[in-house]
Design a protein around this ligand. Structure first.
Ligand SMILES: NC(=O)C1=CN([C@@H]2O[C@H](COP(=O)(O)OP(=O)(O)OC[C@H]3O[C@@H](n4cnc5c(N)ncnc54)[C@H](OP(=O)(O)O)[C@@H]3O)[C@@H](O)[C@H]2O)C=CC1
Ligand SMILES: O=C(CO)COP(=O)(O)O
Ligand SMILES: [Zn+2]
Length: 344
């Protein structure tokens, strides 16, 4: 099981990065991967911290989570004789750095600027290749440095999306239990309990999640870390990714303008909870209190793409058995989307 060795969460902890690197015996040879917006917000700060230590860092921006970008970063880091990689930014930058580090068999440090999903800590990377997005098993970050002052200043939409990704653990675990019962799929009680408890903590206090509040960011980051740990224990994303994630991955494929990963997973959780016969109204209410989307129009996605995604979601990962089984009929897809008020 791979777990981060250091997880540092709190205000201004970006300035503890030097101590984290020293603790991990990582000094010279840092390669920083950041995003176009997040370079100014945190990438340059990380560069300056390591430069002042005389660690001679290299910094590069990555525009998308694609295999082309991963290979570009891998080549640049190889040329620079880098000894470790640091992903500074949101999901895209972290995934690119994580996979490049794995390809080079080098340590990786995650410095998220937004708490938008549990990829900030997990041993998975979501990468586009030849028109298809795949979730790839990679080395887990050696350390996670989550500066809650920086994350609190990120657009609130990103934090609300992170909550959707956490709440989706409910239906992911229900799907996993179903696959265990019907298909004898290996199941970890411990990973499932941790994942469910993580979602429960958030569901118990949705009103504590508010814009620009450092305490809200802390709740969400800690939950994302727990979700990542649950996936590491399971050795797969099963505890945090079920039918609701398949729906989100399907939306990424069929909708011309997809929304944020966590936003789509939150809406997917409402629908899949209905199919499981669970309390979908509670999920919807909780997302509404947080200020995360609960309808197609709030996602900025036309109703017809929601229906299309529901019809193909079961094909996304045929080996992962879920409540979607062999797929919904068009009538059933429309019924569930209307009853849950996701489409009108
Ligand atoms: N590895 C895993 O397990 C998982 C990976 N993913 C993947 O992650 C990606 C989505 O990540 P997500 O974070 O939702 O979205 P993005 O990575 O697309 O980031 C959204 C935007 O927010 C910006 N941003 C980030 N932090 C700040 C900040 N502090 N202030 C202002 N702007 C900010 C980013 O800027 P910039 O342009 O600088 O990046 C970017 O433009 C997808 O590729 C998805 O597949 C999703 C779930 C799990
Ligand atoms: O997003 C994830 C968990 O929240 C990762 O899951 P996937 O394996 O579906 O990419
Ligand atoms: Zn997710």
């Amino acid at each position: 099981m791979q777990l981060p060795r250091d997880v540092v969460v709190g205000p201004d902890v970006i300035y503890d990065l030097k101590d984290v690197c020293n603790d991990l015996k990582l000094k010279e040879g840092a390669f920083i991967v950041t995003g176009h917006h997040t370079k100014k917000i945190a990438g340059d700060v990380v560069y300056d911290i390591l430069n002042e230590c005389g660690y001679d860092p290299v910094i590069a921006s990555s525009k998308e989570a694609s295999m082309t970008e991963v290979n570009k970063i891998t080549d640049l880091a190889k040329e620079a004789n880098s000894r470790y990689l640091i992903g500074v930014g949101s999901g895209k930058s972290i995934d690119v750095a994580k996979l490049a580090a794995t390809q080079l068999d080098l340590p990786f440090i995650s410095v998220p600027t937004a708490a938008s999903h549990d990829g900030i800590v997990s041993s998975r990377a979501s990468i586009h290749d030849k028109g298809k997005k795949s979730s790839i098993e990679v080395n887990a970050p050696m350390a996670v440095v989550a500066d809650t002052s920086i994350i609190a200043k990120a657009p609130y939409r990103l934090l609300a999306a992170g909550c959707g990704d956490i709440i989706s653990n409910y239906t992911a675990v229900l799907d996993w239990e179903l696959a265990h019962r019907l298909r004898n799929e290996p199941f970890s009680e411990y990973a499932a309990a941790l994942s469910r408890m993580t979602a429960q903590i958030l569901m118990d206090c949705p009103e504590d999640i508010k814009p620009e509040l450092e305490s809200s960011v802390r709740i969400v980051v800690k939950a994302l870390v727990s979700s990542g740990v649950a996936m590491s224990i399971a050795g797969s994303s099963r505890p945090a990714s079920g039918s609701e994630h398949m729906f989100s991955h399907a939306l990424d494929m069929v909708a011309p303008n997809s929304a944020l990963h966590g936003e789509q997973c939150g809406v997917g959780t409402i629908i899949m909870m209905y199919l499981h016969g669970g309390d979908w109204k509670k999920i919807k209410e909780c997302l509404e209190i947080i200020g995360a989307p609960t309808t197609a129009s709030e996602l900025g996605i036309e109703d017809r793409y929601i229906l299309e995604a529901l019809l193909v979601a079961h094909e996304i990962r045929p080996e992962r058995y879920t409540i979607l089984g062999a797929g919904l009929t068009p009538e059933a897809a429309e019924k569930v989307a209307r009853l849950t008020k996701v489409i009108s």
